[in-house]
Design a protein around this ligand. Structure first.
Ligand SMILES: [Zn+2]
Ligand SMILES: [Zn+2]
Length: 107
């Protein structure tokens, strides 16, 4: 995964902890390269913990956990999914295809 600010690719860490930092932005895990961490406001674009305002968050399936205080919040559904599921005609097509399959199985 590239740096979310400059797009730099992560190179294999030389031993020890990676200098790249993980964060969460708009409910998605992002990485920040060492160069971008040099900017004073590099964390300003990251999501903050609602409890302690830390940006040391990790994104897991369906939830975001704060590594500073342990606060966990649910992730809202991805807006891309919402767009896809509300696309006109799509769900009807799926329903009709399902109906055809079910009818075929009964016959
Ligand atoms: Zn960067
Ligand atoms: Zn917190």
């Amino acid at each position: 995964m590239p740096c979310f600010k400059c797009g730099a690719r992560q190179t294999d860490p030389v031993r020890g902890a990676s200098p790249w930092k993980r964060g969460v932005r708009s409910d998605h895990l992002v990485l920040v390269c060492p160069d971008c961490q040099a900017a004073p406001d590099w964390a300003a674009e990251l999501d903050q913990c609602a409890a302690c305002a830390s940006t040391a968050l990790i994104c897991r399936l369906g939830e975001v956990e704060c590594r500073a205080c342990g606060h966990v919040r649910d992730v809202e559904r991805d807006s891309d999914d919402l767009v896809a599921s509300s696309a006109p005609g799509l769900s009807e097509d799926v329903a009709q295809a399902l109906a055809r399959v079910l009818k075929g199985q009964r016959a």
